[in-house]
Design a binder for this molecule. Structure first.
Ligand code: ADP
Length: 493
């Protein structure tokens, strides 16, 4: 069971080189955790223009790399790599035609690059060719999201009898099924997927190409980032059209909860927050709360509960639902809000305008600010996430560590990481609601606030339990290890 594996990760993002979301965090942490377990991991990603060769001390590694695309096109590119001091090597495919641009996926106006299917199809094939050129014989190819979802397909269509790649099992991880990579058929020839595979079980999706769907079909094992999200995405409500294909995978579709990086998100060592604290000595949390209230021009009062929000303003996060409740909450309950986020312009205007209308009671900052995110986690009493869906979610896990009790919709990773408060026993780590409505948010908030004022012993007990929860990467890496073994077994039979 403890066989040491050679693993190649293909990803379009990885911390600290390029990030647009949680995917990058996973790639920044999981490979190290796997290596701690004795596996050998390499990562390959595109060399975007935003990746500074000098800052990261990258060096040229392989030049040139010839990549055959469909319809006979051969593209020539080169590869960079991280310095030998880094425990998990990261390789970067440099190809100016596709990656020498300001954004990862879209331009400054948030318009997707029209050639995204070609960019990432090319990258995926280049990554596999790279393995062959350097003789890295992986036991497992681990692809992430639609951008690299063609890897399992290429392995089976093109490399099934290859001396280097022929034995590799494939794992595909879905970080958010809302993004599938669906494009017009004019790209199909270039991708080299063969027209007999353009059928509804594989790549065809309403006469378009669906990268993720094809990846699901061909992967030896598919995973997503929490057990509950794995169950949810087996149903039409959550799967954005892919439920039947995920159900076809049977036991080979699994949910593995992401870990979090406690070196960065732990109030005992966090240097970004005004004062440090731990479950043994909570005095620092009071300082963090006071400073947070000051910074957001709220009434400085340790008795009033502060509710934190940190979020991308997109439909998935349910901030319109919160908007329908937040004013009744501040009008009827003795609470304060601190909101940090950006995205949807209407929501930005709404949340940005609240401090002016509720001075001293609601503070907000529209934009992205990592330091503020740490301040809010540390200085708040509660943290709300009314997500429509949440594949894993990180903020609620950070909140637990900071003793900031999460108030969450019971979905995806939120359901798996937050334990419901039991009003009789005083157990639990947060407050969960099911219905996606402003009313549910209002009443759950009322429940949390009344616990704050009226059941202080319960509150203290919950904070203590929350802060001692452990969602470190080691546990997740062990689960991935097992998943790899299953994929290898599936590949053989
Ligand atoms: P998602 O990946 O869907 O955005 P997660 O909860 O998994 O949601 O991760 C969000 C991460 O991004 C967290 O680390 C959170 O602190 C951070 N974040 C989101 N919005 C902001 C913001 N406006 N400023 C700073 N950090 C933010």
């Amino acid at each position: 069971m403890n066989r040491k594996l050679k693993i190649m990760m293909l990803s379009s993002e990885c911390v600290p080189f390029a990030k647009s979301g949680g995917l990058a965090d996973v790639l920044g942490a999981l490979p190290d955790a796997l290596q701690q377990l004795g596996h050998e991991v390499i990562i390959i990603m595109p060399k975007y223009a935003s990746i500074d060769v000098r800052k990261h001390n990258l060096r040229p590694f392989l030049n040139p790399l010839g990549v055959w695309m469909g319809s006979g096109a051969e593209e020539w590119c080169s590869v960079y790599m991280t310095p030998a001091t880094k425990s998990v090597p990261v390789y970067f495919v440099e190809f100016n035609k596709y990656f020498d641009r300001p954004g990862l996926y879209h331009d400054e106006d948030f318009k997707d690059y029209q050639d995204n299917p070609r960019r990432f199809g090319f990258f995926t094939r280049a990554a596999l060719q790279f393995c062959r050129d350097i003789g890295f014989k992986p036991d497992v190819i681990h692809a992430h999201d639609w951008q690299t979802a063609l890897a399992p397909a290429y392995l089976k269509i093109w490399h099934w009898n290859d001396p280097i790649l022929g034995n590799a099992a494939s794992v595909l991880t879905i970080h958010n099924i809302g993004y599938q990579g669906v494009y017009g058929t004019e790209h199909y020839d270039y991708l080299g997927l063969q027209w007999h595979n353009f059928v509804s079980d594989k790549f065809e999706d309403h006469e378009r190409i669906n990268f993720l769907k094809g990846g699901i079909y061909y992967a030896d094992l598919v995973s997503t980032v929490s057990p509950t999200y794995a169950n949810e995405t087996r149903t039409p409500e959550y799967a954005h059209g892919l439920a039947p294909y995920l159900n076809n995978k049977g036991k080979n579709y699994v949910g593995i909860l992401n870990g979090v990086d406690y070196a960065r998100w732990n109030p005992a060592v966090d240097t970004l927050i005004p004062a440090r604290y731990s479950v043994e000595d909570m005095r620092g949390k009071a300082v963090c709360k006071r400073e947070l209230q000051r910074r957001f021009l709220l009434e400085v009062n340790s008795d009033i509960p502060v509710i934190g929000v940190i979020s991308r303003f997109v439909n998935q996060k349910g901030l319109d639902v919160l908007a329908g409740a937040i004013e009744s909450i501040v009008n009827n309950m003795r609470v304060q809000f601190v909101v940090l986020g950006s995205g949807d312009k209407k929501l930005e205007a709404y949340y940005g305008g609240l401090p002016g209308r509720y001075p001293g009671r609601i503070g907000s900052y529209i934009g992205y600010n990592d330091e503020l995110a740490h301040w809010i986690e540390a200085g708040s009493d509660f943290f709300i996430m009314p997500s429509v869906y949440e594949p894993c979610g990180l903020n609620q896990i950070y909140s637990l560590k900071y003793g900031t009790l999460p108030i969450v919709r019971n979905t995806g990773g939120l359901a798996d990481t937050v334990q419901q408060y039991d009003e009789v026993l005083g157990t639990g780590t947060g407050f969960k609601f099911w219905e996606l409505s402003s009313q549910a948010v209002y009443y759950t908030m009322g429940w949390a606030v009344s616990t704050y004022y009226d059941r202080k012993t319960h509150l203290r007990q919950m904070i203590q339990t929350a802060m001692t929860q452990d969602f470190s990467w080691e546990t997740s890496a062990q689960a991935y290890s097992l998943a790899y073994q299953t994929a290898i077994a599936n590949k053989k039979f």
